[in-house]
Design a protein. Structure first.
Length: 325
């Protein structure tokens, strides 16, 4: 028996060494060498989800790996943001998010579970998601001015839903600038809010164009205006909120982040491939059809933009008089 054990001892000793060598080789293999998970702060069917699926399909092909989308909706995007912030900075868990988590939340939430600057590595901006004001067709208004007149005639009767920080801020800003009394009805994400709006349980909503446009085209909702100060190239016939409510100018942006301390070479690779995808005419066209104005830039440009947007949204939220929850 002793002789048998002695005979197989080299194999027993070599096995752990071989496993260690395999693990080391995998770790040193060019990035990426396994699936990448894209964490989203909104539910399936949201604007961010729809546009990310278009971009990620091409990005996975360019990187030669699988892309897994994981929707972690709730708490104004804080659940997803905190999850990514605490993930390993290896490039295999990324965050595709908007101004909700990285511009507005610091001024809307009392208890922040992450820092939008310190806990993340900016990778690439992918474009803007313009918002628009939509109403249930049963609301007897065909313009923003008519809607304001109705709300002034019956204060507190009309309600606005929200499924994101941008929608919260837009609704509160509209009520303040127009001098009307609207009841806010918050939702976990945009899709369930839209369901209730279409059913007539709420009166109106500020919704990103990718999510709301199909319902407008199907006549299930009526679009009154875009929230950007200038008319959107995607919806050139739709008036702006500023046409009636002076000073109204709100835009939602979208981009990719990694956890803090993401290696420079990983950031460079991801940025290069994302920019190639976003700048492709066919991808731009697909995204435009869904209401997204696609463009990109360097990680440094995105970093500066995110810091600038914190100041922009602080002013918006303070002016709207929204208290932290």
């Amino acid at each position: 028996m002793f002789a048998l054990l002695k005979r197989y001892r080299p194999v027993a000793v070599a096995a752990p060494l071989m496993l260690a060598m395999i693990a080391t080789a995998a770790a040193q293999a060019p990035y990426p060498n396994r699936n990448i998970t894209l964490v989203l702060p909104f539910a399936a069917g949201s604007g961010t989800d729809t546009t990310t699926r278009i971009i990620s399909k091409e990005l996975g092909t360019a990187l030669g790996t699988g892309m897994v989308i994981e929707n972690k909706a709730g708490a104004n995007g804080s659940i997803a943001a905190s999850y990514v912030a605490r993930s390993a900075p290896d490039g295999y868990t990324l965050f595709v998010t908007t101004n909700t988590s990285h511009s507005a939340n610091p001024y809307l939430l009392k208890n922040m579970t992450y820092d939008p600057i310190k806990d993340f590595t900016p990778i690439a901006r992918t474009g803007d998601l313009p918002f628009m004001l939509v109403i249930n067709p049963e609301v007897p208004a065909n313009s923003v001015a008519e809607l304001i007149a109705l709300a002034k005639k019956e204060p507190g009767k009309y309600t606005y839903a929200s499924g994101s920080s941008a929608a919260i801020v837009a609704g509160a800003t509209f009520a303040r600038l127009a001098g009307i009394d609207l009841l806010h009805v918050p939702y976990k994400s945009s899709p369930p809010a839209l369901t209730d709006l279409i059913a007539g349980r709420v009166s109106m909503m500020f919704i990103d164009v990718p999510t709301g446009l199909p319902h407008v085209n199907a006549k299930a909702l009526k679009a009154l205006a875009v929230t950007t100060k200038k008319r959107s190239a995607l919806l050139p016939d739709l008036p702006t909120m500023d046409d009636t409510v002076k000073g109204f100018d709100i835009t939602s942006w979208q981009g990719y982040f990694g956890p803090a301390n993401l290696p420079k070479d990983v950031v460079t690779r991801l940025n290069a491939e994302i920019r190639k995808v976003v700048e492709r005419p066919d991808i731009k066209s697909q995204l435009a059809e869904r209401g997204m104005e696609a463009f990109s830039g360097t990680p440094e440009e995105f970093d500066a933009f995110v810091k600038e947007q914190l100041l922009v949204w602080e002013k918006l939220i303070t002016a709207a008089g929204i208290e932290k929850q």
